[in-house]
Design a protein around this ligand. Structure first.
Ligand SMILES: C[S@@+](CC[C@H](N)C(=O)[O-])C[C@H]1O[C@@H](n2cnc3c(N)ncnc32)[C@H](O)[C@@H]1O
Length: 289
């Protein structure tokens, strides 16, 4: 057992003030190498695959046959294609501003033979291509921290209010900003022990660019909905999920696909996924199994 967590907690508790935000240098991820590196982290066995399984089951529990679902900042589509394959009777639209990401997502969807997912070049902070109350559900994973500033985050939430049905389902997962630089470096150092330098650097940039739980709480108020809550991982808000409650467990097809994929994870990745489940469960977010 390492002393990482107690050290991080100590720094978080003693930080005098909130760490300032440093926006991502690459807001839209369109470099060919960037896309390739990022996409490979989402392959089976990659560092992002466990979080994708987690998000995929959470989203699956919030959709129903016939629904129209929008993914904000879908990236290379690895997560959205996974969700689409688990929920063939639901229609998904992935939005991103990076054409190279979108091309990668479309190619993979085609390889998988998916007919229920399309990809659209669109700014998710505006959602101009979507009409009033068009979506039954809106989801996002690790993308909101790519917005340049707080004003864009507010615009994004206003767009959600316009496009999402009044009682539509919401699942927005992202990193949360820590209070202290030392805690960020402890968590990045933990990742650096097993992952590539590029991924560790990407993780560091994400943690510095993340919005705070307070930022999210204020935006949730903008939604004017009592049923949307913010859940943050305990000990440190490394992960935050703003969501509606799942009406029940995910459908059997999604549950079976999740359990199959989970069994195939290495012991290390399975432990990471279990930790994510535990830390968010202790933050109030149940897992819909
Ligand atoms: C870190 S990736 C996350 C991708 C995917 N959701 C996942 O979970 O792996 C963030 C994505 O958001 C996209 N992005 C950033 N700002 C955007 C905006 N304003 N509108 C649409 N996409 C945006 C980037 O191009 C990038 O593909």
């Amino acid at each position: 057992m390492t002393l990482d967590l107690p050290r991080a907690v100590f720094h978080e508790m003693t930080a005098r003030q909130q760490l300032p935000r440093t926006p991502e240098t690459e807001l839209v991820m369109n470099g060919v190498q960037t896309v390739e590196d990022y996409s490979s982290c989402g392959e089976e066995g990659g560092a992002l695959f466990g979080p994708y399984l987690y998000n995929a089951l959470q989203v699956s529990a919030r959709v129903a046959p016939g629904n129209q679902v929008i993914d904000l900042g879908c990236g290379s589509g690895r997560l959205l294609n996974l969700i689409a394959s688990w929920n063939p009777e639901v229609s998904f639209v992935g939005t991103d501003l990076a054409p190279v990401m979108l091309e990668t997502a479309r190619r993979q969807a085609e390889l998988l033979g998916l007919r229920n997912v399309t990809y659209l070049e669109a700014d998710f902070s505006r959602l101009d291509d979507f009409g009033l109350h068009e979506a039954d559900a809106i989801m996002s994973s690790m993308a909101l921290h790519h917005l340049p500033d707080r004003v864009s985050l507010s615009r994004c939430f206003s767009s959600i209010v316009r496009v999402l049905k009044p009682s539509g389902q919401l699942y927005l997962m992202d990193f949360g900003r820590l209070r202290s630089r030392q805690a960020v470096e402890i968590f990045v150092g933990k990742v650096a022990r097993t992952e590539t330098p590029a991924l560790s650097q990407d993780y560091r940039a994400s943690l510095y660019a993340a919005f705070t739980p307070d930022d999210f709480d204020q935006e949730i108020l903008r939604l004017g909905r009592m049923d949307v809550a913010l859940h943050r991982s305990v000990i440190a808000p490394l992960l935050m999920v703003a969501c509606t409650p799942a009406p029940g467990p995910a459908g059997q097809r999604a549950v079976n696909a999740f359990l199959r994929a989970q069994r195939q994870l290495s012991a290390h990745r399975r432990a990471e996924l279990a930790q994510m489940r535990l830390f968010l469960r202790l933050g109030g977010l149940g897992f819909p199994l």
